[in-house]
Design a protein around this ligand. Structure first.
Ligand code: IMP
Length: 177
């Protein structure tokens, strides 16, 4: 049974597409001659990643990484583990990490730390969503799609218990519903 119910659409598909397009154009403009290595943080950023890569539209490498932060279903704990690592060497490359949402900041903090140790030429972060009120660890985010209040949201790749990723919009989940 589907857990909970989407009680409110926070970002429509049209709003997301428009913003992702802007982010893509901005990233391309900021890296005019670079061959970027873009890293998709699975699974949440998968839908955002595909749309953003098309919006950037310049030659690039696409890489995939999976980090799990342990906690309960709606909040992460301090313990973050890398489950799937990159295939490519990023030393000397211009790297962009693509994240779905920055909440406490713990996952991104760990990923940035790990990747910095591999000596990329530059390391930037783009996140579709940012929940600044929930931050526990300060992390640098170079490009943000939307700042949101403290809601648990699903859709456009974001899940609750692996459900709701396929929704084309981002909605607030009511677990009581
Ligand atoms: P953080 O380590 O607390 O910043 O959490 C990062 C990860 O937790 C994100 O990449 C998401 O996978 C997940 N997460 C945090 N907030 C939400 C939410 O509102 N909806 C769905 N997933 C979330």
């Amino acid at each position: 049974m589907l857990p909970g119910k989407v009680e409110h659409v926070l970002l429509t598909s049209e709003q997301i597409i428009e913003r992702v397009d802007e982010l893509g154009r901005q990233i391309r403009k900021d890296h005019p001659n670079a061959e970027l290595t873009c890293i998709c943080l699975l699974k949440g950023s998968s839908m955002f990643f595909c749309d953003l890569m098309r919006a950037i539209g310049s030659p690039m490498r696409m890489e995939f990484m999976r980090a799990a932060s342990y906690g309960n279903s709606t909040t992460s704990s301090g313990s973050v583990k890398i489950l799937t690592d990159l295939d490519a060497d990023i030393e000397g490359h211009e790297v962009v990490i693509v994240e779905d949402i920055v909440d406490t900041g713990r996952t991104l903090d760990k990923v940035i730390d790990l990747l910095k140790g591999r000596n990329p030429k530059s390391l930037q972060v783009v996140s579709l969503l940012n929940k600044p009120s929930r931050r526990v660890v300060e992390v640098p985010i170079d490009y943000v799609g939307f700042e949101i209040d403290d809601h648990f949201v699903v859709g456009y790749g974001l899940d609750y218990d692996d459900y709701y990723r396929e929704l084309p919009y981002v909605g607030i989940l009511n677990l009581e519903g």
